[in-house]
Write a protein that binds this ligand. Structure first.
Ligand code: UDP
Length: 471
């Protein structure tokens, strides 16, 4: 089909906008025009963060719809955000699609929705538009979501998604165990918001039954058991957004690229890269302990300290810290992370184990120091340290603090471990093979493009009105 036009809709958070933007570029390179739907709030952030010399590629059109929250409301309150999304965005999306489709030459060919916006696939199906659901999280989490009914049936969860008792669950004998305490919807807020988050994510998963294609941003070899559990989901990753050279990547904070020239001056494999994604928040005490750990490591480091990284009004460093480390430490507000991880000076990645960060480290063969914060990050940490064995886990002391001695000790241990380094490089090779022409992820994506372009018309086999809330 000539002039394919995809409407791409990410969940409105940094770790979702970036991979969905990358997917949009991949589609664009295959001749698609893209309408990228972003909330008004995030659009303002992305445009403010865009470098002066950068730009939006003409093939990717950003359009906004409101998320239903007031400008000053806390969007890190995920329960509230999801409630609001559900209240206003399905109608907003439907109106947007109708408006676009009024024009004969520009109608939407397919909708590509983040799994956390699964309701969008249903909106599209109702309008006769084919849809793809994309898991921007590990396939392991996708498998858990698809098995929620079974977990309820087996008495592990109650109907509201709360574990009947705390235990380790394994969906298959080869899958790493997952503590029920770390289930996605239990990681934030009080019981009321946990219940509503469970209903939101479970609803999104069920709504994806209206999708024609199911994809995940990972690759088969790193999670074979999870793909085997839900065979309809196909890997298309790792999606990488770091090669855009000033074009829109979807960053919420302005990138400080001066760190790249600083990295150029450092010896190969000498710098510890420290970054905790977009969501992690430290208390002041842990923040200072981390600073002191980096200081006593006696190594060079590049540390991303977002303006809102701590729960204090200021990110307060220990007295004299910045002066003492000035000759070997760089601290910046937001990095061009993928370029940093691809830099030969990087020795290891001290990370919160967000899925994008995990995929980016894996794709560059960088060993990990794992410091998970919430949600799927505990599962990702188990992959890194226990399954793939390409990193080490930071362990808190009896007061729940990861001490400066633990930080220094784990850095030394990791950098002295040639086995970890060798396995990291092997994983990089497999990741790259998957997305190179002829690789499995490449082929899955290619089949998707071809099936859209062949223009086969969707047969809608739904009865009655679609109402995703009633699923
Ligand atoms: N990121 C970045 N610069 C930074 C820190 C993070 O560009 O200084 C990007 C990173 O490359 C990744 C995303 O932000 O693509 C964070 O996603 P992830 O899933 O790792 O964590 P989340 O922010 O969702 O917790």
């Amino acid at each position: 089909m000539e002039n394919s036009h995809a409407l791409v809709i990410p969940y409105p958070a940094q770790g979702h906008v970036i991979p969905m933007m990358e997917l949009s570029y991949c589609l664009m390179h295959r001749g698609f025009r893209i309408t990228f739907v972003i909330t008004e709030f995030n659009h303002a952030r992305v445009m403010t963060a865009l470098p002066k010399t950068g730009g939006v590629n003409g093939q990717i059109r950003l359009v906004t719809i409101p998320d239903g929250m007031a400008p000053g409301e806390d969007r890190n309150d995920v329960g509230k955000l999801c409630e609001s999304i559900l209240r206003v965005m399905p109608c907003g999306l439907e109106a947007l699609i109708r408006k676009i489709n009024e024009s004969d030459h520009d109608t939407i060919t397919c909708l590509v929705a983040d799994w956390c916006m699964g309701w969008a696939v249903e909106v599209a199906a109702k309008m006769g538009i084919r849809g793809a659901a994309v898991w921007t999280v590990p396939m392991g989490l996708c498998a858990v979501m698809f098995h929620v009914p079974k977990l309820i049936e087996d008495g592990i969860l109650d109907a509201d998604g709360f574990p009947k008792k705390q235990q380790m669950i394994k969906l298959s004998p080869t899958m790493p165990g997952l503590s029920t305490a770390h289930l996605l919807w239990l990681c934030i807020g009080d019981r009321v918001s946990q219940k509503s988050l469970f209903q939101y994510f479970d609803g999104c998963t069920r709504a994806t039954k209206f999708a024609d294609w199911f994809f995940c941003n990972s690759f088969y070899e790193i999670e074979p058991y999870a793909y085997d559990l839900v065979p309809k989901v196909l890997p298309i990753g790792p999606l990488m957004a770091g090669r855009r050279h000033g074009l829109l990547e979807g960053n919420f904070w302005p990138e400080n690229s001066t760190c790249l020239s600083w990295l150029d001056e450092q010896p190969a494999r000498s710098v510890i890269y420290v970054a905790f994604g977009s969501f992690t928040i430290f208390d002041q005490c842990q923040f200072q302990e981390l600073a002191l750990g980096l200081e006593i490591s006696n190594r060079s480091f590049l540390w991303v300290v977002r303006p809102d990284l701590t729960n204090g009004s200021l990110n307060a460093y220990p007295d004299g810290f910045e002066a003492r480390v000035a000759n070997r430490g760089r601290i910046i507000g937001w990095s061009p992370q993928q370029k940093v991880l691809a830099h030969p000076s990087i020795a290891c990645f001290l990370t919160h184990c967000g899925w994008n960060s995990t995929m980016e480290g894996v794709s560059n063969g960088v060993p990990f120091l794992c410091w998970p914060y919430f949600a799927d990050q505990f599962q990702n940490q188990a992959y890194i340290s226990d399954v793939w064995k390409v990193g080490l886990q930071m362990k808190p002391n009896s007061s729940g603090i990861i001490s400066r001695e633990e930080i220094k000790g784990k850095i030394d241990e990791l950098l002295g471990d040639e086995g970890i380094r060798a396995r990291s490089l092997e994983l990089k090779r497999i990741a790259q093979k998957n997305v190179a022409e002829g690789g499995s992820s490449y082929k899955n994506f290619d089949d998707f493009i071809e099936s859209i372009k062949s223009g086969s018309v969707r047969e809608i086999s739904m009865n009655g009105t679609v109402n995703w809330l009633s699923l």
